[in-house]
Design a protein around this ligand. Structure first.
Ligand SMILES: Nc1ncnc2c1ncn2[C@@H]1O[C@H](COP(=O)(O)OP(=O)(O)OP(=O)(O)O)[C@@H](O)[C@H]1O
Length: 264
């Protein structure tokens, strides 16, 4: 892992009225890592993601991305940086009146100055990259399963060849087999495309199968950010309950079984 973070968050503050969500929060994201961001409901995982990608102006602190504080830039320059992000929101809906290829072609027409034919051709490549069959390109979102729609939304977030991928609860609503396949896809894409991934999740299986490090949000800040083993060994009560409760134990057992199978 490189020593230079691709994203640095320092002393971040976020509040909504009198409700303080983050206070003096700091976090680093390193190139090509998959960082899992976990924490109880309402601890501000999505707000943190939105602050980093520029959708939620923080009340304090500093965020640098690719070494640059984006709030210091004029809008046009900021937009060039933001095109290096791919974001898959929790309810990352596609336009229902457009086919998958039309959905994915949109950002390419808007930001990459491609004509419709070129954009749709590239869109079909992005769809293939996320494991969708060729015939899915002409389909509408309503004709597809939840897992396929998630893949298409991921394809759209990859449309402009981002360097950093932000995923908010990507496996929420998927069945366990679909979720496991999606987890595998994230790792494959990171390896193939050299992506850096900021992954908000509640899914312990996802943490165990995809993440290089895990950051735990608690008490308005990042309580700990480290490898899974080290984080799971932390004595904080929420961490203990999360990693060592019944679901945590099941995820560890599944991981061990998977490792044994891989060894043959
Ligand atoms: N635009 C907003 N206006 C007011 N409050 C907000 C806004 N966005 C988020 N919040 C509040 O900030 C807190 C953190 O929200 P956030 O969605 O980041 O939590 P989370 O950790 O992602 O939760 P979950 O795991 O349930 O998705 C919540 O109490 C939420 O109600």
């Amino acid at each position: 892992m490189s020593d230079h973070p691709i994203i640095q968050v320092r002393g971040l503050g976020n509040r909504f009225g009198s409700h303080v969500v983050h206070e003096n929060l700091s976090l680093d994201l390193y190139p090509r890592e998959i960082l899992g961001v976990v924490g109880g409901s309402g601890t501000g995982k999505s707000v943190l993601l939105r602050s980093i990608v520029g959708l939620n102006p923080p009340s304090g602190g500093r965020i640098t991305v690719f070494g640059q504080d984006l709030t210091e830039l004029p809008a046009s320059e900021r937009s060039r940086y933001e095109q290096r992000f791919g974001v898959l929101f929790q309810n990352g809906a596609l336009f229902t009146s457009l086919t998958l290829e039309q959905n994915i072609a949109l950002p390419l027409i808007e930001h990459a100055s491609l004509n419709r034919r070129e954009a749709e051709e590239l869109a079909r490549m992005k769809l293939a990259l996320t494991g969708l069959p060729v015939n899915a390109a002409k389909k509408y979102p309503s004709e597809l399963s939840g897992g396929m729609v998630k893949r298409a939304a991921l394809a759209r977030s990859l449309a402009l060849d981002p360097e950093i991928l932000f995923l908010d609860e990507p496996t929420a609503g998927l069945d366990p087999i679909g979720a496991a396949a999606f987890d595998e896809l994230i790792v494959t894409l990171r390896d193939a495309l050299g992506l850096t991934v900021f992954l908000v999740t509640h899914d312990l299986d996802t943490l165990y199968t995809t993440c290089d490090r895990v950051a735990v949000l608690s008490q308005r800040k990042v309580l700990v950010a480290d490898t899974l083993d080290r984080v799971a060994g932390n004595e904080d009560a929420w961490i203990q309950a999360y990693f060592h409760g019944p679901r945590g134990r099941a995820a560890v057992a599944a991981r061990h079984q998977h490792t044994e199978q891989e060894r043959g």
